[in-house]
Design a protein around this ligand. Structure first.
Ligand code: SF4
Length: 409
């Protein structure tokens, strides 16, 4: 069976003790049944601080899943002070659970081919995305093609030309690439609109898909989107709420607190005290006389500087998660909503950090940490995404207006 993977997949190496956001803390580290059986017969390395009868005794059941029980600092008990895995040091890689062996790789087995991808919740993967050129996502083998893969291919083509080096590649004849047309938010708005239209159609075929992604249709969509007034104020306050909602469960479990507490405090302060977007607001570190409206537009300039990375990040999300082995068109629509929610939470988190850092540049470290933590926080299974959307929003399937509200343009 053919395997496909992004160009940068083979370049991945865990940076282990140099990793500043290790996956060995603040996470559910799953232990599969085979590993757990094996662990019942293996004792803990002597340097593990709390000695228990065997390795399995360091696990617990959480939300129906067997996971490693983290210590009071939310770290894996096998993580050493010098940020190396004590199990690997004592017994070699073979002792690890399937999750620890494969992370951050993700494998999807389709009936006709296998796809291997890398998840962005690892800083070494963000480094690879940052360094990669924009044309790194392969197509499915011709004999395995389906309408859903055709949709994904068109979406990737739509996203990637906006990352400047690819604008000149002949294959990308979908639409002209200009800063105005290629704003990431506008691209996502178009993608969502097209998916909704396809979803409303009774039958899905290649001609219909080609028609929706044709230069003509995309150009009409661009004009229509540009002509719609989306008040920045509404987008700003909605994203502020979205971020707080996303954070609340993690904060109650005392996870990601170093990252979340400062930004959610500021976010809550803004929600409570800054009811007028256009009027000056006072922050401890800001000159008086600055309104949220001015701050938000200043931030957009800084945020535009990291768009090449954001586009590669989004393309990676689309390639990895848009089409999975049991997907139907409705799943694609739900997944694009989830990606938009993730993007909005990343943008809002960066805005709040930028504000706290005296409105200087968005450093690569800041962007990388934000991408890693927000994607860990939104790394839900399909069923949990459906539950989150059903419980937290008016409907599981959003109308285009709400999608546009959280993205703005
Ligand atoms: S997050 Fe990535 S780089 Fe860091 S320890 Fe885990 S696999 Fe290695």
């Amino acid at each position: 069976m053919k395997r496909i993977r992004p160009d940068f997949y083979n370049e991945f190496h865990c940076i282990a003790d140099s990793c500043t956001i290790t996956c060995c803390q603040e996470w559910k580290i799953a232990v599969d049944p085979d590993t757990n059986r094996k662990w019942k017969k293996v004792s803990a390395p002597a340097d593990v601080p709390e000695q228990k009868k065997n390795l399995s005794a360091y696990t617990e059941k959480k939300d129906g899943l067997r996971v490693i029980q983290l210590d009071s600092d939310h770290r894996c008990p096998f993580l050493s002070e010098n940020r190396l895995c004590r199990l690997v040091t004592a017994y070699g890689d073979k002792i690890l659970s399937e999750t620890c062996t494969t992370f951050p790789r993700e494998i999807h087995r389709f009936p006709c081919h296998i796809e291997e991808t890398l998840m962005p919740c690892c800083p070494a993967v963000i480094d690879l995305l940052e360094q990669a050129d924009a044309s790194q996502f392969p197509d499915v083998p011709t004999e395995c093609d389906t309408p859903l893969f055709q949709i994904r291919r068109n979406i990737l083509r739509l996203l990637l030309p906006a990352s400047s080096p690819v604008c000149s590649v002949e294959d990308y004849s979908i639409e002209p690439c200009s800063a105005e047309i290629c704003s990431t938010e506008d691209l996502l708005l178009k993608i969502h609109y097209i998916l909704q239209e396809l979803y409303r159609n009774d039958s899905l075929d290649e001609t219909l898909i080609r028609d929706y992604f044709s230069a003509d249709t995309l150009s009409q969509l661009s004009d229509a989107i540009q002509s719609i007034h989306l008040p920045a104020e509404d987008t700003f306050f909605e994203c502020n709420e979205l971020l707080q909602d996303l954070a609340v469960n993690y904060q109650s479990e005392k996870l990601y607190c170093d990252f979340l507490n400062p930004i959610t405090s500021l976010s809550e302060y803004i929600s409570e005290s800054a009811t007028d977007f256009m009027h000056p607001i006072s922050f401890p570190s800001l000159d008086t006389g600055t309104s949220l409206s001015e701050l938000w537009s200043d931030f957009q300039i800084r945020f535009s500087e990291v768009q090449p990375l954001m586009l590669k990040f989004l393309a990676n999300e689309i390639f990895s998660d848009l089409v999975t082995p049991d997907s139907h068109l409705e799943d694609l629509l739900i997944r694009i909503q989830w990606i938009a929610l993730e993007y909005s939470a990343i943008r809002q988190s960066l805005f709040l950090q930028w504000l706290q850092n005296n409105r200087s540049t968005l450093t690569y470290e800041m962007v990388r940490r934000t991408l890693v933590i927000i994607t860990r926080m939104t790394g839900y299974e399909e069923e949990d995404i459906r539950k989150y959307l059903t419980n937290g929003f008016e409907a599981l399937i959003w109308d285009w207006g709400y999608f546009a509200l959280i993205l703005g343009h």
